[in-house]
Design a protein around this ligand. Structure first.
Ligand SMILES: *Cc1c(COP(=O)(O)O)cnc(C)c1O
Length: 453
């Protein structure tokens, strides 16, 4: 298994050939199968003697892969899709073949050096100072969790006197589920919900009004506020400048979740909507969403990495030799130790194409989103529900109930036309387009809107 033989050579070539084909093709949307369907088509694949390269590859190509939706299909517009560049997707193969340990400088200095330059581009887009830095982690969930753990640790360190009755964090209704889950379930920290404005945005004024209602004992334990730069459901950016002001007055850690929308920082046409982002103490963006990297990849950046290091550096006899003063160990900045150098595919593509190409690709999706908004506004059977900030359009089909959306979604997917799932807004069923793929066209959107007549 570990020696490179003629057999491994044949297998590697066959695999590489499949990779090249997938990179070159416009993959069909595909669809999910039931466990019974898969078991009938694929049977038992893990056996004592092994099924061999040919059969395993055949199963993948003809049975298993077609049972996975292609998130990079231009009419996959649900959740937040992905749209890796060819350079990023191709380099991901090389990362897999390279046995690089991305947790420490000692073991992965070259990879960490490259990743840190990609992180620096993001820190520059945010407007963070020279010393800012962080790590690429698995996804926004782990990025948000790691940042909030750092925030609580910093609050513990600077607190004089006994701990509060309960640590807690200010969020809004639109704050991503992963943040609330991390706080309440993983960290056992309270969540103080602040009502949003008419577009659902968390604002400085909203936080002030909410704090005015709370007893001092509850305010005492609040250590952070989470702003969202591009909500998942509606793509709306919170009042970051207003939140930053309250955070400064109250000495709160300001975390910004830009998992989806942070990519908009690269687009001059929407950059002003992010005013105040430069006050973040920590910031995340998922390159696997709107920055064209393959799964899975989240960039986590801290204003002051020293605070994160204090929270996350693990101590053990066997780890001490790699914990060298002054060296940049990615494992010091998040809740994970062993790490794939998962920022490398993103770095490679950024290095190859340059940052201007990224700005243009994000602008392209924004142009399509703007045109899509016009289509929705011009059509009589649909209505936009939230004024658009970025590349999410949330809208309803006038007269439809939840069951109508569900049927339509299933029909469109079964026909291989589009993947557009139902959602809800203010308690009403509706649907949305999340446009992050530069290959999605206005015609794609028009076709889907027409199908709802
Ligand atoms: C997608 C998303 C997350 C979660 O990120 P994962 O990469 O799925 O873990 C968090 N926040 C926002 C705003 C998101 O859109």
């Amino acid at each position: 298994m570990h020696t490179y033989t003629d057999v491994s050579a044949v297998m590697s070539r066959a695999l590489a050939e499949l990779c090249l084909e997938r990179l070159a093709m416009h993959a069909p949307l595909d669809r999910s199968l039931t466990p019974d369907e898969l078991s009938a088509a694929a049977g038992l694949t893990v056996t004592e003697k092994g099924i061999g390269t040919e059969e395993a590859l055949r199963l993948w190509e003809h049975v298993l892969a077609p049972a996975c939706l292609s998130v990079d299909h231009p009419r996959y517009l649900s959740f937040i899709p992905g749209a890796p560049t060819k350079a990023a997707a191709a380099f991901d193969m090389l990362v897999g073949a390279s046995s690089v340990y991305g947790g420490t400088w000692l073991e992965g200095s070259g990879a960490v050096y490259a990743e840190n330059q990609a992180l620096r581009w993001i820190a520059d887009l945010v407007g963070l100072p020279e010393g800012a830095g962080g790590v690429f982690v698995q996804g926004g969930t782990i990025g948000n969790l790691s940042a909030l753990v750092s925030a609580r640790e910093a609050a513990r360190h600077k607190r004089l006197g006994p701990p509060p009755a309960r640590w807690s964090v200010l969020v809004s209704d639109e704050t991503h589920s992963s943040v609330k889950h991390s706080l309440q379930v993983v960290m056992d920290v309270g969540v103080v919900k602040v009502p949003g404005d008419e577009r659902g945005r968390l604002t400085g004024a909203g936080i002030r009004a909410r704090l005015a209602e709370l007893p001092e004992s509850e305010i005492d334990g609040i250590f952070a506020v989470v702003g969202t730069a591009g909500t998942t459901n509606a793509g709306v950016i919170d009042d970051l400048a207003g939140i930053a002001e309250v955070a400064r007055e109250r000495d709160l850690w300001f975390h910004i979740d830009g998992a989806y929308g942070g990519a908009g920082l690269a687009a001059p046409s929407v950059r002003p909507l992010f005013a105040g982002v430069e006050h973040a103490d920590s910031f995340i963006v998922d390159p696997h969403k709107w920055l064209f990297a393959p799964y899975d990849c989240c960039a986590l950046v801290y204003r002051d990495p020293v605070l994160a290091r204090a929270a996350h550096t693990q101590k053990a006899g066997y780890l001490d030799p790699v914990t060298v003063e002054g060296e940049w160990n990615p494992s010091d900045f998040s809740v994970q130790l062993t790490r794939r150098a998962r920022g490398l595919p993103f770095w490679f593509s950024l290095a190859v194409h340059g940052t201007a190409a990224y700005s243009e690709a994000v602008e392209q999706t924004l142009r399509v989103a703007r045109a899509g908004q016009e289509l929705i506004e011009a059509a009589e059977h649909v209505r936009l529900l939230v004024e658009r900030d970025l590349s999410v359009l949330i809208f309803e089909r006038i007269g439809w109930q939840a069951a109508d959306y569900a049927l339509w979604t299933a029909r469109m997917l079964a026909a291989g036309v589009a993947f557009v799932t139902p959602t809800s807004h203010a308690g009403r069923p509706c649907t949305r387009f999340a446009i992050v793929n530069p290959e999605t066209t206005v015609n794609d959107l028009a076709l889907i809107i027409d199908s709802m007549k």
